[in-house]
Write a protein that binds this ligand. Structure first.
Ligand code: DC
Length: 227
């Protein structure tokens, strides 16, 4: 059987990557993996152990012994759950304390090397839609379709504040905006695999557009075989 195409989605925090990817995975029957959750799970473990995340050797030692499992399901809804040992920690991964630490963890090359290898092994089967910051540039440079999503900072903050509120976490848009813009800067300026829009990626600005519009546009490219 022909291997299905892999789709890489990168972009700034709050640009709509997750929402768009989940809907595309559903419509196109792709397996969805949110790689941000993997970095968040490492950050959570760091917090739990009280490790100083600016000490790279400590992170390198942690990632070697970390028992992280990705439980990815396509049906009835595409979703990813992260397990540390046998504990499902997914619901803790959007805690602002994890958000505050994760860029530091994601800047560590030993952590990136380990997680990238797992992500590449995961995509070998084909038919995967993977979301992150370095998917087109590092993890899946051969992906058949590469998408880079962007949106205005104010709109991204509004979306993220709503999402957090739906999970019972109430922050002002200003607070979320400050966190997002710091994270944008750290993710774009780090030395190892910074967020970039690679040549050949299709760039979409989601500001003022609905999820359905964006999904239709991307699904159209896949369906008409223009990827
Ligand atoms: O998408 P997110 O906000 O859950 O990502 C969490 C952090 O992990 C973010 O600071 C960027 C980083 N990340 C990364 O460096 N590479 C990825 N492939 C995915 C996320």
């Amino acid at each position: 059987m022909m291997k299905k195409a892999n789709v890489a989605i990168d972009g700034f925090a709050g640009s709509g990557k997750t929402t768009v990817a989940v809907e595309l995975a559903r419509q196109l029957e792709l397996v969805y993996l949110d790689t941000g959750l993997m970095y968040r799970a490492v950050a959570l473990q760091c917090l739990r152990e009280g490790l100083d995340a600016s000490q790279e050797p400590l992170l390198a030692e942690l990632i070697q012994r970390l028992d992280l499992k990705m439980e990815v399901v396509a049906r009835p809804h595409p979703t990813c759950r992260m397990l540390l040992g046998s504990e499902d920690v997914t619901d803790e991964l959007h805690d602002p304390r994890v958000g505050g630490l994760v860029s530091k963890v994601a800047a560590c090359s030993a952590v990136r090397r380990d997680l990238v290898a797992r992500q590449q092994a995961f995509a070998e089967r084909g038919g995967v839609i993977m979301v992150g910051r370095d998917i087109a540039s590092v993890v899946l440079p051969e992906a058949e379709l590469k998408i880079f999503l962007a949106a205005d900072l104010a709109e991204r903050a509004r979306r993220r504040a709503l999402e957090l509120a739906s999970k019972g976490k109430h922050l002002t848009e200003q607070e979320v905006e400050a966190e997002l813009s710091l994270r944008d800067r750290l993710d774009s300026e780090r030395a190892d695999s910074p967020l970039v829009c690679v040549e050949g990626a299709r760039q979409l600005d989601t500001t003022g557009r609905t999820v359905a519009e964006i999904v239709d546009e991307i699904a159209g490219w896949v369906r008409c075989g223009s990827v």
